[in-house]
Every structure is written in structure tokens, then in C-alpha cells.
Design a protein around this ligand. Structure first.
Ligand SMILES: [Zn+2]
Length: 354
């Protein structure tokens, strides 16, 4: 299938999926991981990630099955499990949503990457040191991260009509809230994901056309959903391993607003009133192992060539001043000392002219 054919097909596939889900959800059980969830009820459980060499894991989830037909919305937290506010937000949401008042189904993944959560790792899973959000669509025969990705794809992405991949600054990242609006190239489909990005309500929205179009190497959860015709966004709210109320409640509000946008619960969505669109972004990576000392914080505007921070070696000797590659806003800055060659130091976003 050519790329243009595939792109044209995305909208139609999505519409078919929505119609199918809407008709299927009226009175029928929702099936996940071998469990059946009747309409008008909620159920929690764990998906099994098969063991290899004696080591497996599970993925805790909750399904809330509305009494009336509507889309299946997947809310996924903890792909990076040192990112706590989205994880805490879903526990709160679980008790806020009444299945009797719900259209469609909410499928929550509480902690996608449980091994990382248990061992408190940033970026990587502790079993294979892979970044779960770079190994989709995964492989059931592969390493732990690859197997988790494969289970998430089979049990969550494939059962969802719309997906929110909920992140925040990792344990070492000072980050301002923002949303990735991932561009598929299909105009009608991208209009839907644009509305989704707006509905989540964050002011800063990255127009992201950098994700690949090959499902076999989709890398990211959100991209994996999009390449299978399911509108998805990636959200980032929270930072530095904190559990601050503002970040947790912002995640709750974003998810509820998306549910209202999709007509799943009563009330009007709270879209971003005057969004700041970011049409180019770049993550600047460290060229050295050592310590990073930021000179500027998250949310600062920087000029091209302005020093954002400096790197010293393990003896405290200066190695490099790290500069902004272009003028823009600091979306995140590493906020703890360790820096390693090839790992992020900061991300700059260029603000689009209105
Ligand atoms: Zn993340």
C-alpha cells in the first residue's frame, strides 16, 4: 500500500471503528485480557505480560463501561513510570466517572511500565534498559519493554477508538505543560487529532510531523495508535518526579475535557483559549558524561545561540556551554545534575507566527 493510499484510508478506517464501537457498546460486554465488563459497570484487573527467562510483569487497568453507546477512550499513564501526576490523576478519575452517566467506555492503564515504577527508573525499563516509548509496536518474544509494548498494542490500542498517552517531565526533567499534536498527513484525520489536542486544554501545542509512518517501527504509543487509524495525542503535565496538586488536577481536567469533547459525559469541554502553537522543536543532547547546571529554567524564552546551561566533568571541570539551536521557548530543562552522552539536556520549541 502506498503512503498516500494509507493516509487516505486512515479516516475511513477510523470512522468504521467508531461506528463499530458505538454499535457494539450498547449493552454488550467489553472484553479485555480475558475479562468481561458489562455495560453500566466498572472493573479493575491486570493484563499479563508473559514471562521470559522467568521474568514477567503485569499492567494494572480499570475499565468503566457506560450504559449508553459511545467511543472507547484509552487513557494511558506510566509509560515512563517516574512521571507521577498522570498516574495519580487516573486513580482520581476512576472514582469520578459514573458508568450510569457515561457514553462509551473509558479504558485506563494505571501504570503501563510497572517494572520501571517499582525500580524508580527514568527513561528506561530496569530489565533491558530500553525506553518503552521507543519500542512500539513491540514484540511478544522480545525483551521486557518490547513485550509490554506488544501487550499494550494488542489489549489497549486495538480496543480503543481514541487514545491519550499521558506523560510529564521525567524524574529529572523540569517541564512546562504541553501537548504533542502528531501529524499523520491525512487532513481530515489530523483535524480530529487537532481538536483532541485543543480539548485537553494545555496552552502550548507542538505541531509534530516528525513521527514515522511505518507501523512496524512506530516507536511511540501515540504514533502506534495513529498508524492504526485511532486519533491520539501525547500530553505532558508535571515535572521532576513531583506529585504536586496543580499537575495532578490539570491531568484530571484535561481528561474530563476530552471526554466532554467526545460526548462521553455531560458538560462543555474547556479547550485552550489562545493556544501557543510550536511548529518546530529540538531536543539538545549531551556530548559528555558529567554534570549539567542549567542557567535558565523551564518556560524561558531563549535566543538562538544563548547559553542554556553548562556541562562539567566528574572533577567539576568545565567541558561545554550548551546553547539554544534556535530562538524559542524552553519546553523542558534537565533539573538534576547527572548528564550522560546522548541523553537530553533540554528541549526548545519555536513559536509559530499567528
Ligand atoms: Zn514520558
Amino acid at each position: 500500500m502506498s503512503r498516500s493510499t494509507m493516509k487516505k484510508g486512515l479516516g475511513a478506517v477510523m470512522m468504521a471503528a467508531m461506528v463499530l464501537a458505538a454499535s457494539a457498546s450498547a449493552g454488550q460486554d467489553f472484553v479485555i485480557g480475558g475479562a468481561r465488563v458489562p455495560s453500566g459497570s466498572r472493573a479493575s484487573g491486570a493484563l499479563t505480560v508473559p514471562a521470559k527467562d522467568g521474568v514477567g510483569t503485569e499492567i494494572p487497568y480499570t475499565v468503566i463501561r457506560g450504559v449508553r453507546p459511545g467511543p472507547v477512550l484509552a487513557l494511558v499513564a506510566g509509560i515512563h513510570a517516574f512521571e507521577y501526576p498522570p498516574i495519580l490523576a487516573l486513580y482520581r478519575l476512576k472514582d469520578m466517572i459514573d458508568p450510569k452517566a457515561l457514553r462509551g467506555t473509558v479504558l485506563m492503564v494505571h501504570i503501563a511500565n510497572l517494572p520501571s515504577f517499582k525500580k524508580r527508573t527514568i527513561y528506561y525499563g530496569p530489565d533491558d534498559w530500553k525506553n518503552l516509548n521507543r519500542v512500539f509496536p513491540g514484540d511478544l518474544e522480545g525483551t521486557m519493554s518490547q513485550r509490554i509494548a506488544a501487550v499494550l498494542n494488542a489489549e489497549v490500542v486495538k480496543r480503543a477508538d481514541v487514545l491519550l498517552d499521558m506523560h510529564c517531565g521525567d524524574g529529572n526533567e523540569a517541564l512546562i505543560p504541553y501537548t504533542y499534536w502528531m501529524i499523520s498527513g491525512d487532513k481530515a484525520f489530523d483535524a480530529k487529532t487537532r481538536e483532541l489536542a485543543l480539548a485537553f486544554g494545555l496552552t502550548h501545542i507542538i505541531i509534530d510531523d516528525t513521527r514515522g509512518h511505518d507501523l512496524k517501527n512506530s516507536k511511540y504509543l501515540g504514533n502506534t495508535a495513529i498508524l492504526q487509524g485511532k486519533p491520539a495525542i501525547t500530553t505532558e503535565v508535571g515535572y521532576l518526579g513531583r506529585t504536586d496538586e496543580e499537575s495532578v488536577s490539570r491531568n484530571v481536567r484535561g481528561a474530563l475535557s476530552v471526554m466532554r469533547h467526545l460526548g462521553m459525559i455531560a458538560g462543555a469541554p474547556e479547550p485552550a483559549a489562545d493556544p501557543v502553537w510550536i511548529d518546530k522543536y529540538e531536543v539538545v543532547y549531551s556530548k559528555h558524561d558529567g554534570l549539567f547546571t542549567p542557567r535558565l529554567g523551564m518556560g524561558y524564552y531563549v535566543r538562538e545561540g544563548q547559553v542554556v546551561g553548562s556541562v562539567t566533568d566528574y572533577l567539576g571541570v568545565w567541558r561545554e556551554d550548551v546553547k539554544a539551536p534556535f530562538t524559542g521557548i524552553l519546553l523542558y530543562v534537565i533539573g538534576t545534575p547527572p548528564c550522560n552522552t546522548g541523553e537530553p539536556l533540554f528541549e526548545v520549541g519555536r513559536v509559530k507566527d499567528k
